[in-house]
Design a protein around this ligand. Structure first.
Ligand SMILES: NC(=O)c1ccc[n+]([C@@H]2O[C@H](COP(=O)([O-])OP(=O)(O)OC[C@H]3O[C@@H](n4cnc5c(N)ncnc54)[C@H](O)[C@@H]3O)[C@@H](O)[C@H]2O)c1
Length: 434
């Protein structure tokens, strides 16, 4: 099948490369010339494990190409995917659909023959209807169907998630469109991946419901962690104790500094707005958003407490800046709350992140970026583990201790064990473990 992917970001590039690897002929389109130039030079504009090899091999085999102008690819496509951003709209938190609408306008003028327009971007209920109306208004004669196919991949494990998903959700009422979607995902029949066909509005809501549920699960264990600290319990054992119950499941039960990233924060707020507009508020998610925001803001105080409540003139070393390991994505990362708050408390902030520093440099003025973890902790009064990159799990702790002004660690990801750290002479605090 011929595929045009509009938007070549974290989702568009991974989806495009994976569809090409399935054997389809894919053109990834982006309006950002620097992105397309880099891809044409063989550079990958984002950090995603395994993506460089996947892109290179599919380009080499002639199944994957890139374009600034998508006209040719859209005209020839059996399926045109919309994978542009849907960030929070300033002021009200609704999903900003301006990129989606603009993509629909562009597509409308170009499609030829029966074309399936697939929304992969996360979009509020009813957006498929809007896309259909935009295209129909410009091209009353066109033969097309608009389908919802939300993406559930996780950055850092995106290729594996795309190729071995738990399920594929397709919101399509049109039989011909369903057949095209089945054909696109046919290679996944081998793994017996379930394809769930639903109505378009249902499919759009499934994506928000999934993200909101996961955000709520994280927020639940974070609140349990706070309670554990007060009553002398251990949140990791609580998480294991409840997670072994199949009805609950062990994933997304890691207590930490609050969820961040390019999806959960904006998607939870957008769902809250959709629900209010529909006259059916989702109070659990409203509370989740509130609790999580407060939590991210409260993390700096933990660092201050570890140094007897005064950070004036102190140096804090932050290890990890991205919202999670194995990505360079800084969108809504907890570090964006923690670092400015530490600076406001009078601290000097040193930081190191394996992949996120180029982006962080624009977002965190006043932070001093270092070349590695040991460089970051040198002369620090406290080291804070903010993202659980593998390389922070196996630090040479004697070296860390010898480099620091005082051996104090605030481990916001529970990477180390309290007993071990105390035995090594650290003043150590973590999340939900007394
Ligand atoms: N990042 C994730 O982990 C993830 C996971 C699941 C779903 N999603 C959803 O997927 C969508 C895309 O997310 P992302 O993280 O890939 O965003 P992104 O910002 O990384 O990429 C979007 C790309 O679209 C391009 N673009 C915008 N308008 C365009 C147009 N008219 N023509 C061509 N290109 C255009 C931008 O230049 C950008 O490169 C969002 O709705 C997001 O919520 C993201």
């Amino acid at each position: 099948m011929r595929v045009a992917m509009i938007g070549t970001g974290y989702v568009g590039l991974v989806s495009g490369a994976c569809f090409a690897d399935f054997g389809h002929e894919v053109t990834c389109v982006d309006k950002d010339p620097s992105k397309i130039e880099r891809l044409e030079r063989g550079e990958i504009p984002i950090f995603e494990p395994g993506l460089d090899d996947l892109v290179a091999s599919n380009v080499r085999d002639g199944r994957l190409s890139f374009a600034l102008d998508g006209a040719g690819a859209i005209r020839e496509a059996d399926a045109v995917f919309i994978a542009v951003g849907t960030p929070s709209r300033r002021g009200d938190g609704h999903a900003d659909l301006s990129y989606v609408h603009a993509a629909a306008e562009e597509i409308a003028g170009l499609i030829e023959g029966f074309t399936v327009i697939v929304t992969k971007s996360t979009v509020p209920v009813g957006t498929g209807d809007e896309i259909e109306a935009i295209i129909r208004a410009r091209r009353p004669d066109a033969d097309f169907a608009v389908v919802s196919n939300p993406e559930f991949l996780r950055e850092g494990a995106a290729i594996e998630d795309f190729k071995r998903p738990d399920r594929i959700v397709v919101g399509a009422e049109d039989d011909r469109a369903q057949a095209v979607m089945r054909e696109l995902y046919r290679p996944l029949n081998l793994n017996e991946t379930p394809i769930l066909f639903t109505g378009r509005r249902t499919s759009e809501l499934i994506k928000y419901a999934a993200n909101a549920f996961l955000a709520m699960k994280i927020t639940f264990i974070n609140e349990m962690a706070d309670l554990c600290e007060k009553v002398g319990a251990d949140v990791q054992q609580v998480a294991r104790g409840i997670g072994l119950d199949n009805r609950i499941g062990s994933k997304f039960l890691h207590a930490g500094p609050g969820y961040g990233g390019s999806c959960f924060p904006k998607d939870t707020i957008a769902l809250v707005r959709t629900a209010v507009d529909a006259g059916s508020p989702v109070r659990l998610i409203e509370t989740t958003v509130e609790v999580n925001d407060a939590r991210k803001k409260a993390m700096a105080a933990r660092v201050s407490t570890a140094l007897e409540g005064d950070l004036t003139g102190k140096t804090v070393a932050l290890l990890g800046l991205t919202f999670k390991p194995n990505t360079d994505d800084m969108r809504d990362a907890p570090s964006l709350d923690v670092a400015p708050a530490l600076l406001a408390m009078g601290a000097t902030v040193h930081a190191f992140d394996p992949e996120g520093m180029a982006e962080a440099a624009h977002l965190l003025p006043g932070v001093v970026f270092k070349d590695g973890p040991y460089d970051a902790v040198a002369e620090a009064d406290v080291v804070v583990i903010l993202t659980e990159w593998d390389q922070f799990r196996a630090l040479d702790l004697n070296r860390v201790k010898s480099l620091m002004r005082q051996p104090v660690m605030v481990d916001l990801r529970n990477v180390y064990r309290p007993g071990d750290m105390r035995a090594r002479g650290f003043r150590y605090t973590s999340i939900g473990r007394s």
